[in-house]
Design a protein around this ligand. Structure first.
Ligand SMILES: C[S@@+](CC[C@H](N)C(=O)[O-])C[C@H]1O[C@@H](n2cnc3c(N)ncnc32)[C@H](O)[C@@H]1O
Length: 225
């Protein structure tokens, strides 16, 4: 089976156009992810988990142009696309790391963000990641992510997939695009119900946890240390 790293390495130069016609309300997801960051948080240190080509990193730069933004991804090739995209920005730093590494000192970050990336790791690893993020955040820091989730029943989940296909085709996806995502999903996606995520985030110590936006299987989950 092709690894996640190999999949994104070979997709790196056409990733952004593919994702734009595959994820419904992609811009709205990003809008909401930043909208709910509290006004009292002026982040100086931001970590973007699974940055890909830097679509979320770009929005973080618009909101917080003076912050140091750490873009982290497993795939060397996609990280290279990200590096080229922000070549003019001296405050973007690049880390080729797996989510299981997160090689940073405790309480380094004010804000940890992530979009459409955490579902690539199994549930046990997600819990480990949440504990690590909690450790890396300063007190009062925010962890906000957007991702695909699973329905609580198989029927809901299957209906989510059907609705996703409907919306992706409205955005211009082709059968070939759809097949690519379905093969990728089959090989290395781990969708988990949103309620499970909330429980895990509370269990690792986050004081306040909420779902601030949801559409079909995409959710934006917010937590404060
Ligand atoms: C669907 S892309 C999302 C990219 C970007 N955040 C966006 O919204 O366009 C998922 C990214 O997560 C990265 N990724 C997947 N598993 C990872 C892991 N275990 N550690 C670090 N990065 C990972 C992939 O290499 C890929 O670039």
């Amino acid at each position: 089976m092709e690894s996640v790293e190999a999949f994104y390495n070979q997709l790196s130069n056409r990733y952004t156009e593919l994702i734009s016609r595959c994820v419904p309300r992609y811009d709205e997801i990003f809008y909401n992810l930043f909208h709910y960051i509290p006004n009292d948080l002026q982040p100086q240190q931001i970590l973007d988990l699974g940055c890909g080509t830097g679509n979320l990193t770009a929005v973080a730069l618009q909101h917080y142009p003076g912050a140091s933004i750490h873009a982290l991804d497993l795939s060397a090739d996609i990280l290279q696309e990200c590096r080229q995209r922000f070549a003019q920005h001296k405050n973007v730093f690049y880390h080729q790391q797996d989510f299981s590494e997160l090689n940073f000192a405790p309480e380094t970050f004010d804000l940890v963000i992530s979009s459409i990336a955490i579902h690539h790791i199994p549930d046990e690893a997600k819990t480990g990641l949440y504990a690590q993020v909690h450790r890396l955040l300063k007190p009062g820091g925010i962890f906000v992510w957007a991702d695909q989730t699973r329905g609580v029943t198989d029927e809901i989940y299957q209906k989510h997939i059907a609705r996703w296909k409907e919306e992706a085709f409205k955005l211009g996806s082709t059968e070939a695009d759809w097949q690519l995502w379905m093969e990728h999903q089959e090989a290395h996606d781990y969708h988990t119900p949103v309620g499970w995520h909330l429980m895990q985030l509370e269990a690792v110590g986050f004081a306040e946890v909420d779902v601030i936006w949801k559409n079909i299987m995409w959710a934006v989950v917010w937590s404060r240390k």
